[in-house]
Design a protein around this ligand. Structure first.
Ligand code: NAI
Length: 286
């Protein structure tokens, strides 16, 4: 409580980012979110019109307050990085200051500092293609949006993070076990994210006393997951084969995230923490 969190990757009330925001709000944190520029309009409109009111409900009966929504495109670090066609794009031209560096500056100007940084975003334009059919461009785009975006966010937010703060990201077991269908270099991007979690935990720990962990989450029918095309199959597989035979709810990931960024986890850093009903532990599904 009394902490301020910036959560990058919230554009509706279905994904892990929303669930993490809720768990942190329930624990008393002030919530700022970063929303992908092309999704900003519909997200803000839906918020304003009360479309999310039911899912804003917190255990104490109050509604989660999102103090500010920042437009963000985490594949661009500075305005100089933005290509002309993107600058001219109607959806982008309608907003400003949405590169990573600018968002960190805006948050600094608005609030001074944060305690918690959450990365809950990924994008792989060729995710439906097997790795052998993935182009260089698609592979690098997956890494840029899903892995380097985290390095960049932490790099730019670290100077305004209060010592003792914490950061988390979301990863998926396709980084370490083959999940046919999770293609386009997304498996590679998650492997990079997990390796970076260890290196960034060291660097941010020494530099700013900040802890860095990642949650390897089980399957959830989010907007991003539906784009992969076989999320229902993954959910059914998990239900059939995991030690805990139950649906994985987004709020279970939210609660684990709240633990990891809280002082209860003050000695946990550089870890990949599984929140997947235990599916990762199985060697043979019967
Ligand atoms: P989601 O669709 O709620 O979240 C992904 C968000 O990323 C969206 O809000 C999208 O607008 C945003 N985004 C995409 N490109 C962006 C960019 N360049 N800049 C800023 N934002 C951008 O879906 P979900 O599934 O909750 O994803 C959150 C995280 O959880 C991702 O890292 C995903 O890989 C991870 N994850 C998801 C699993 C699942 O089954 N849904 C399983 C394990 C991990």
């Amino acid at each position: 409580s009394g902490k301020r969190a910036f959560i990058a990757g919230v554009a509706d009330d279905n994904g892990y980012g929303w669930a993490i925001a809720k768990a942190l709000a329930a624990a008393g944190a002030e919530i700022l979110v970063g929303t992908w520029v092309p999704a900003l309009n519909i997200f803000e409109t839906s918020l304003r019109r009360g479309k999310f009111d039911e899912s804003r409900l917190l255990p104490n009966g109050s509604l989660m307050e999102i103090v500010k929504v920042y437009p963000l495109d985490a594949v661009y670090d500075t305005p100089e990085d933005v290509p002309e066609d993107v600058k001219a794009n109607k959806r982008y031209a309608g907003s400003s200051n949405w590169t990573v560096k600018e968002v960190a500056e805006s948050v600094k100007n608005d609030f001074g500092s944060i305690d918690i940084l959450v990365h809950s975003l990924a994008n792989g334009p060729e995710v439906t293609k097997p790795l052998l059919e993935t182009s260089r461009k698609g592979y690098l785009a997956a890494i840029s949006a899903s892995s380097y975006s985290y390095v960049s966010l932490l790099k730019h937010f670290l100077p305004i993070m209060n010592p003792g703060g914490a950061s988390i990201s979301l990863t998926y077991i396709a980084s370490e076990r083959t999940i046919p269908g999770y293609g386009g270099g997304m498996s590679s991007a998650k492997a990079a994210l997990e390796s970076d979690t260890r290196v960034l935990a060291f660097e941010a720990g020494r530099k700013g006393k900040i802890r860095v962990n990642t949650i390897s989450a089980g399957p959830l029918g989010s907007r991003a997951a539906k784009a992969i095309g076989f999320i229902e199959k993954m959910i059914d597989y998990s239900y059939a084969n995991a030690p805990l035979q139950k649906e994985l709810r987004a709020d279970e990931v939210g609660n684990a995230a709240a633990f990891l960024v809280s002082p209860l986890a003050s000695a946990v850093t550089g870890s990949v923490v599984y929140v997947d009903n235990g599916l990762n532990t199985m060697g043979l599904a019967l």
